[in-house]
Design a protein around this ligand. Structure first.
Ligand code: HEM
Length: 399
C-alpha cells in the first residue's frame, strides 16, 4: 500500500483535499501511513471508532505506568477533550451543569445585535476581508462574553487563541520557533485565566466562569488546574472552528450561487444550510485517537498504542451515507455529518456554534443584496486539522 502518496498533513492538498480523500477512501479506506498511523476515511469506520471504548486518548488515568503516553506537565491539567472515561465523564458532566442550553439561549439577542453591527459596518465599507472583519472576531467576542472576559482584554486573548489554534497539528509539523510561540501563548492564556478565576472567586459574576467555579456533582468540583484547562479549551475549541464555519460556508455559497439563491428565496433553509456547510467543508478535518487495546478492524490488526487518524472531511463525503456527496445542497436531509464528532467527545459547544452560524448567515444574506468574491485566489491557513481560508475578500452591496 505504500504506493499511495497520502499524507493528511501534506500542504499540497490544502486548497482542495477532497479528491485525495476520495481516492484514499476508494482504494484503501483503512490505510497504514508511512508514519505508522492508521488513516480511516469511511463514515462507518469513523463513527464506530468514536463510540468504541477500545479507542481513546490514552490519557494518564488509564496508562499511568507507561511513559510514552501523553501526560500533562507537572502542576497542569489536560483539557478533557484529551481525556478518556471516567475522568473525561466527571469533568464533562461538571461543565455541562454550567454550560447549559439556557445559557446559550440567553445570549441570542446579544449575538444578534453584535452580528448586525459588525455586518452593518462591513456592508458600509463594501469591500472587506470577511475573515478579519467578521468571521474571526465574532466567535471570539461571543466566547469572551460567555466566559466573562472583560471588553478591554478581548483583543489580547483573541490573539493568543489564534496562535494556539495554529499549533494543534502534530508537533512534527511545527518549527521550534512555532512551538515556542504556541507554548508562550498557552502560558499567557493560563496566567490570564488564573487571575480571572481568582477575581471571580472573590467577587462572582454573571458568567460561565463563575458557574464553572461553582459547579458541583456528587461532591466533586473542578480543581484549579482543571478550570484553567477548561477555559482554554472552551475558548480555543469554540473560536477558530466557528470562524471556519462562517468563512467556509460563505465560500461554499460564493462558489454555488444557485444555493445562495435558494437560501434567499426560502429563509426556512438556514438551519439545514449550516449543517450542510459543516458537512461539505468541516472546520476540523481530522481527529486522532489511540488504540487502547489490541483489536481487528476490517481485517487489519490494530495494536495497543498505535495512532489512528479519522478523516472527518472524507467521512462527510462518503457516498454510502450522503447521496451525491460532492454537491452542496443547503436543504440536505437527513444530514448526519460528523463535523461535531460523535460518541463521548461530541462537541460541547455545538448548540452555540449552530446558533451563531444560523444568525450570521441569515444576517449576511438579508443585509447584502449581492455577495461576490473580490479575488479568485484563496490562501488557506497553514493548518490542516483546522481548515479555513486565511482571508476572504468579498464585495457586498446593501440590500
Ligand atoms: C463550528 C464550530 C465548531 C466545530 C466544527 C466544533 C467541532 C468539535 C469537534 C469535532 C469536537 C470533538 C473533537 C475530538 O473528539 O477530537 C469538539 C469538541 C469540543 N468542542 Fe467544539 N466545535 C465547534 C464549536 C464549539 C464551540 C462554540 C464551543 C464552546 C464555546 C466548543 C467547545 C467544545 C468542547 C469543550 C469540546 C470537547 C468535548 C469533549 O471532549 O467532551 N466547540 N468540537
Amino acid at each position: 500500500m505504500t504506493e499511495i502518496d497520502f499524507d493528511p498533513f501534506d500542504a499540497a492538498h490544502r486548497a482542495d483535499p477532497y479528491p485525495y480523500y476520495r481516492r484514499l477512501r476508494e482504494t484503501a479506506p483503512v490505510w497504514r501511513s508511512p508514519r505508522g498511523a492508521w488513516v480511516l476515511t469511511r463514515y462507518h469506520d469513523c463513527t464506530q471508532v468514536f463510540r468504541d471504548p477500545r479507542f481513546g486518548h490514552g490519557s494518564r488515568q488509564r496508562l499511568l505506568d507507561d511513559s510514552k503516553w501523553r501526560r500533562p506537565a507537572p502542576g497542569k491539567a489536560m483539557p478533557f477533550i484529551l481525556l478518556d472515561p471516567p475522568e473525561h465523564t466527571r469533568q464533562r458532566s461538571l461543565v455541562n451543569k454550567a454550560f447549559t442550553p439556557r445559557r446559550v439561549q440567553r445570549l441570542e439577542p446579544w449575538i444578534r445585535r453584535l452580528i448586525d453591527s459588525m455586518l452593518e459596518e462591513a456592508v458600509e465599507r463594501g469591500e472587506v476581508d470577511l475573515v478579519e472583519t467578521f468571521a474571526h472576531p465574532l466567535p471570539a467576542t461571543v466566547i469572551s462574553e460567555l466566559l466573562g472576559v472583560p471588553v478591554r482584554d478581548r483583543e489580547m486573548v483573541r490573539e493568543w487563541s489564534r496562535v494556539i489554534a495554529r499549533g494543534v497539528d502534530p508537533d512534527y509539523q511545527h518549527s521550534p520557533e512555532q512551538k515556542e510561540e504556541r507554548n508562550r501563548a498557552l502560558a499567557a492564556f493560563d496566567g490570564y485565566f488564573r487571575e480571572l478565576v481568582a477575581d471571580r472567586r472573590r467577587t462572582g459574576g454573571d458568567d460561565l466562569l463563575t458557574e464553572l467555579i461553582a459547579a458541583r456533582d456528587n461532591g466533586s468540583a473542578l480543581s484549579e488546574g482543571e478550570l484553567l484547562a477548561t477555559c482554554t479549551m472552551i475558548y480555543v475549541a469554540g473560536h477558530e472552528t466557528t470562524t471556519d464555519l462562517l468563512s467556509n460556508g460563505t465560500l461554499a455559497l460564493l462558489r454555488n450561487p444557485g444555493e445562495l439563491k435558494r437560501l434567499r428565496d426560502d429563509p426556512g433553509l438556514f438551519t439545514s444550510a449550516v449543517e450542510e456547510f459543516l458537512r461539505y467543508d468541516p472546520p476540523t478535518q481530522l481527529t486522532r485517537r489511540t488504540v487502547l487495546s489490541d483489536l481487528t478492524l476490517d481485517g487489519h490488526e490494530f495494536r495497543r498504542g498505535e495512532q489512528v487518524v479519522l478523516v472527518r472531511g472524507a467521512a462527510n463525503r462518503d457516498p454510502e451515507v450522503f447521496p451525491d456527496p460532492d454537491r452542496l445542497d443547503v436543504g440536505r436531509s437527513p444530514n448526519r455529518h460528523i463535523a461535531f464528532d460523535g460518541g463521548p467527545h461530541f462537541c460541547l459547544g455545538a448548540g452555540l456554534a449552530r446558533l451563531e452560524g444560523r444568525l450570521a448567515f441569515e444576517a449576511l444574506v438579508s443585509k447584502a443584496r449581492t455577495i461576490e468574491a473580490a479575488t479568485d485566489s484563496i490562501a488557506y491557513k497553514d493548518n490542516l486539522t483546522i481548515r479555513g481560508p486565511k482571508e476572504l475578500l468579498v464585495r457586498l452591496t446593501r440590500a
